[in-house]
Design a protein around this ligand. Structure first.
Ligand code: CMC
Length: 392
């Protein structure tokens, strides 16, 4: 028969070659197109990172202006799309709404569903980067029963997103620059992460020639799980459940107990066997944002820091090389901004969209593209004959 390698969870299989993102899990290093994440988080901004991921190089001033204008032109979604939102139960999780609405985009933007047309691929990419914040904000507004807020294109990318989430009619909402900066940084830190589960899902879906909106919807569906992007919501809910520092040891014991399915959310990573470099930046950012907002004695942040300290000294976590990941501190910042936990994963999704679409573009233009088709080890019944119902 056929010979192939059995590799459940793809722990040792490279599914593609890529020039986009590099991770050194032992060193705890993350590079986008060669640039260290720490430098980008400090000096760049999300739209510039989008340009870098999509096109491979940092833009010059003119290219940046053109790109910004292009993205801004596409921030609106088709007016008819609001009927899609209204079809959902009003208490629907925003991720459920997003999976549906992003998939539905293929029914609204027929032109850019043609995957053979390189120009339309570019348009699809821009549409996705431009519209995902609008869609996430609409999902949020719908879930709390408030009217949708149109994009405000005089604001920057992150500021516009905050405005669409928090502005209400008849009240002036001024975007706090501290929050916009923090939001932008969260977006950059989540922008790409090579062949994680959702990106691999996007590639697998795209390998059949499926349209890009459908592929991104598949990525969003995969991201939702608590082992992946759903961890940011699960992590903050866990920190709240722990509640006070004195209850930490109880939860550490539970995480170590193999008979208890509980895991420390925001801890551990398939690739990082050292600090997740994004977690370091996120921790600093949490301190900074809460400080600037004047909420230093935030109980959740206290619990998080103490939990991290205790876990990093515990032989179980040390031996298994379990360190805080990107989701450990992000929820604390998002909560301080006023987001409910149900919006944490949608924010991850809109931030990762540029990574997904960059990876999709890279794949689709690869002359050696093959449909993704894993094999299996069959362990079911051997060949047998059909039995009539009275003989079973
Ligand atoms: N708490 C307690 N034990 C853990 C944890 C944890 N968070 N993570 C891993 N372990 C243990 C696990 O039980 C296993 O022990 P043993 O070898 O004795 O069976 C060992 O560490 C290896 O874990 P694994 O599940 O085989 O590792 P994996 O690479 O398949 O899973 C992971 C990686 C991220 C799914 C896992 O660490 C996890 O479930 N973490 C919590 C959820 C989380 O924070 N996810 C966000 C990941 S970062 C953001 C993103 O990219 O989405």
């Amino acid at each position: 028969g056929d010979v192939f390698t059995y590799d459940p969870g793809f722990t040792s299989t490279a599914s593609c070659s890529s020039t986009i993102t590099y991770i050194d899990g032992d060193k705890g290093e993350l590079l986008y197109r060669g640039y260290p994440i720490e430098q980008l988080a400090d000096k760049s901004h999300h739209l510039e990172v989008c340009y870098l991921l999509l096109y491979g190089e940092l833009p010059d001033a003119k290219q940046m202006l053109e790109f910004e204008a292009l993205v801004t032109r596409h921030t609106m979604v088709h007016e008819q799309m609001q009927y899609f939102f209204r079809g959902f139960r009003r208490d629907a999780h925003p991720m459920a709404t997003m999976v549906g609405v992003v998939g539905a985009m293929s029914a609204f933007y027929h032109d850019s569903t043609d995957t053979n047309d390189t120009y339309q691929r570019e348009v699809a990419a821009i549409r996705m980067v431009a519209k995902l914040p609008t869609i996430a904000a609409m999902a949020y507004k719908y879930s709390i029963g408030q009217p949708f807020v149109y994009p405000k294109n005089t604001l920057d990318y992150a500021g516009n997103f905050l405005h669409m989430c928090f502005a209400v009619p008849a009240e002036d909402y001024v975007v706090d620059p501290i929050l916009a900066k923090a939001m932008d940084r969260i977006m950059m830190l989540h922008a790409d992460h090579e062949q994680n589960a959702s990106t691999s899902t996007v590639r697998l879906a795209g390998s059949s020639g499926a349209n890009p909106f459908a592929c991104i919807a598949a990525g969003i569906a995969c991201l939702w799980g608590p082992a992946h992007g759903g961890a940011n919501q699960a992590c903050l809910e866990m920190l709240r459940e722990i509640g006070t520092v004195d209850r930490i040891p109880e939860f550490i014991e539970r995480a170590k107990n193999k008979d208890d399915p509980f895991r420390l959310m925001g801890f551990g990573h398939r690739v990082y066997k050292n600090f997740d470099p994004r977690a370091r930046v996120m921790k600093e950012s949490a301190d900074e944002v809460l400080g600037l907002l004047g909420i230093e004695d935030n109980e959740t942040l206290k619990v998080a820091k103490e939990l991290e300290r205790i876990a990093l000294e515990d032989p179980y976590f040390v031996e298994k090389k379990l360190y805080p990941n990107v989701d450990f501190y992000s929820g604390i910042i998002l909560e301080a901004m006023g987001f409910p936990t149900s919006m944490f994963t949608p924010i991850f999704a809109l931030s990762r969209t540029v990574g997904w679409i960059s990876q999709w573009k890279e794949m689709i233009s690869d002359p050696e593209l093959k449909i993704g088709r894993p094999r299996q080890l069959y362990t079911g019944a051997p060949r047998r004959d059909y039995a009539e119902v009275e003989d079973r």
